[in-house]
Design a protein around this ligand. Structure first.
Ligand SMILES: *[C@@H]1O[C@H](CO)[C@@H](O)[C@H](O)[C@H]1NC(C)=O
Ligand SMILES: *[C@@H]1O[C@H](CO)[C@@H](O)[C@H](O)[C@H]1NC(C)=O
Ligand SMILES: *[C@@H]1O[C@H](CO)[C@@H](O)[C@H](O)[C@H]1NC(C)=O
Length: 388
């Protein structure tokens, strides 16, 4: 009997050690030093090359510690699924100019079936913001983590601190899931959007806490089937579809849902914003629901009059066609008298806008609303009164 048990035990041990399901690539094994000083970029690239070329699903592992990374491009396609599991912190070089010109810090490009889990990115953006705020001419600035032309990707449990420009970018991707991420940068840090989505189909963003100096989520041209839920936003500029319609020929935004969100002290809540220029762009089929506003300056806003410096907007009128937008169960406090602002285009009015169960107060009284060039319906409790 005892012999049989031992035999069984040995068999199981062999099974576990001889047939690992994944190949593992530890960056330390490729020469990365977790000392916060040595450039780890070459080691990360060697680990990437090995993992990306693996015929079996591969995991790149980044243990605890601080790893200095320069601007780096992880390029696919890879042979199999790649997971990057990060327990450590990736830090940018201390001189902002080391990243500033490349436009990106960490870039995944043409990689399908990729998972990035955990970890902290510290881009040390303060030096770059100081340059921008000084009015001197500065490099364009680096986005901290970017996915370009990547399909079937997961970004989960990442914390991004003090990006130079946008923290997280999903561009030209299909089926991307962003889960439980956290962004942190000061309220006044310029253009530090938390998450930007553009030219992508089937993106979900869930369970995330976004605190930065620009939009919590900005939604650019060509975004379709975007689902966002359980989002905490603020400080920041809110969740924004746009700016759209800068270009004469531009893809529209279609099928966007935000459900269960809390906005705290942000400049906007849910915003749709377009340039006052002629364009083919549009916004169609959007649902904003189950949202709490806490001291938000513009809780609900459509602004189609964007034209900084009044340049290139000959008729001051936007061609972006906005239709089928629903606002449902949105309550809380506005930091200004006007909680609902619909300022649509005179040449292309907003259509099919629905308000249902809205309760937004300002200084313990009903806030106010204003409507321009808009058609739609309202139902349920409406504080402020609907202007539709
Ligand atoms: C938007 O959603 C509708 C149904 O909800 C679907 O029929 C349509 O194909 C979607 N649009 C795109 C561009 O996927
Ligand atoms: C609207 O919200 C205020 C406070 O935010 C609350 O006191 C009031 O009861 C709400 N109104 C209704 C009809 O629910
Ligand atoms: C709409 O935008 C125009 C142009 O920026 C501005 O003059 C006007 O006051 C705005 N109207 C409302 C109701 O906010």
């Amino acid at each position: 009997m005892a012999k049989q048990v031992i035999f069984l035990f040995l068999m199981l041990t062999c099974l576990i050690f001889i047939s690992p399901t994944e190949a593992d690539y530890n960056v330390v094994g490729y020469g990365a030093k977790p000392d916060g000083a040595t450039d780890a970029t070459p080691a990360f690239l060697r680990a990437w090359k090995a993992a990306c070329g693996s015929a079996r699903a591969a995991t790149i592992y980044v243990p605890r510690g601080r790893y200095v990374l320069k601007a780096v491009e992880f390029r696919g396609p890879c042979k199999s699924r790649v997971t990057v599991k990060i327990d450590g912190t990736l830090v940018a070089p201390s001189d902002y100019r080391a990243l500033g010109n490349s436009g990106h810090w960490i870039l995944f490009i043409q990689v399908n079936m990729l998972t990035v889990m955990g970890g902290t990115l510290d881009a040390k953006g303060a030096g770059y913001w100081a340059c921008k705020n000084s009015g001197r001419s500065c490099p364009p600035g680096a986005r901290s983590i970017t996915f370009n032309w990547a399909n079937d990707i997961v970004l989960s449990g990442l914390t991004s601190i003090n990006s130079q420009a946008t923290h997280i970018v999903i561009n030209s991707c299909k089926n991307a899931a962003v889960r439980n991420v956290k962004t942190i940068a000061p309220d006044q840090s310029p253009n530090t959007d938390s998450i930007h989505v553009q030219s992508s189909n089937g993106v979900t963003i869930t369970g995330s806490t976004l605190q930065s100096g620009d939009d919590c989520i900005s939604i650019g041209p060509g975004t379709t089937n975007l689902y966002m839920s359980n989002i905490k936003c603020g400080p920041g500029h809110g969740i924004s579809i746009g700016s759209l319609g800068r270009e004469a020929t531009e893809d529209g935004v279609q099928n966007v849902t935000l459900t269960n969100a809390v906005f705290t002290g942000s400049d906007n809540g849910v915003r749709i914003k377009s340039w006052a220029r002629p364009t083919t762009s549009f916004v169609r089929n959007v649902l904003f629901q189950n949202i709490i506003m806490k001291n938000v300056k513009n809780p609900i806003i459509i602004d189609q009059n964007y034209c900084p410096n009044n340049q290139g907007c000959p008729r001051q009128s936007s061609g972006v066609k906005i239709s089928q937008v629903t606002y449902r169960n949105i309550q809380g406090t506005s930091a200004t008298q006007k909680a609902v602002t619909f300022n649509c285009s005179s040449s292309t009015p907003c259509q099919g806008v629905r308000l249902q169960d809205i309760n937004l107060t300002y200084m313990n009284k009903a806030a106010s609303s204003s409507c321009k060039n808009i058609g739609g319906t309202s139902s349920g409790l409406l504080v402020p009164q609907s202007c539709l």
